[in-house]
Write a protein that binds this ligand. Structure first.
Ligand code: AMP
Length: 215
């Protein structure tokens, strides 16, 4: 299984990708998580990416394509992968097509997760994640900021810098301008399948599961 979970920030790509990666035993490739790790380790990539990410803009296509090429060539991706947060521009999508052709691999499906913009804004401004296990919660669910401890592993709960209201609006603008056109790229290839991403995690999971061929 090789697939892309596609959709605006806050639609639930990361949450669903984690579930499917565990269920199907395939790699979950989140470019956002990889960049955040580089930022927290203070690597040259992290230092370059930090300001761009905090401003809600996109890291350059050259950098992102280089990162994805290294990951997809790795042994971990051989059984399959779920891409979360890549591709985010049409040039990234075209580079991915070329790379997969060179690797003699093909995408099974691009899952287009759709939701109202108002719902996305609400989800992003209400989400916190665990710095230990990476699980995502809503502030109401865990009582943040009074409680800053992960109910699952006891790690520290943090709110992402780019989930602040003004940055959220910029990210949604960047999505509409640069990322949404990727949908047409995959629609033209006959790979795009759309799901309604409103509702509970379990409901959305069941809808996506139906789209996966041979699972
Ligand atoms: P995410 O966790 O997927 O919302 O990504 C967080 C941030 O990382 C984005 O707002 C971008 O600044 C950067 N980023 C992640 N993936 C990409 C990508 N494929 N292309 C460009 N920037 C990216």
């Amino acid at each position: 299984m090789r697939c892309i979970l596609f959709g605006p920030p806050g639609v639930g790509k990361g949450t669903q990708a984690k579930l499917f990666s565990a269920k199907l035993g395939i790699a979950h490739i989140s470019t956002g998580d990889m960049l955040r790790e580089a930022v927290s380790r203070g690597t040259p990539l992290g230092m370059k990416a930090r300001t761009v990410m905090d401003a809600g803009q996109l890291v350059s296509d050259d950098i992102m394509i280089g990162i994805i090429e290294d990951v997809l060539r790795s042994e971990a991706c051989r059984p399959g992968f779920i891409l979360d947060g890549f591709p985010r521009t049409v040039p990234q999508a075209a580079a991915l097509t070329g790379l997969l052709e060179r690797l003699h691999q093909y995408l099974d499906v691009v899952v287009n997760m759709e939701i109202d913009e108002a719902e996305v804004i609400g989800r992003l401004s209400n989400r916190v994640s665990c710095s230990g296990c990476g699980k995502i919660f809503s502030v109401r669910e865990v009582g943040f900021p009074d409680n800053r401890t992960c109910p699952s592993c006891g790690g520290g709960l943090i709110q992402r810098e780019d989930d602040k209201p003004e940055t959220v609006l910029r990210r949604l603008r960047v999505y509409a301008e640069s990322t949404a056109p990727v949908k047409e790229y995959y629609r033209a290839k006959g790979l795009l399948k759309t799901v309604n991403a409103a509702g509970s995690v379990a409901e959305v999971n069941a809808r996506i599961m139906k789209l996966f061929p041979s699972v």
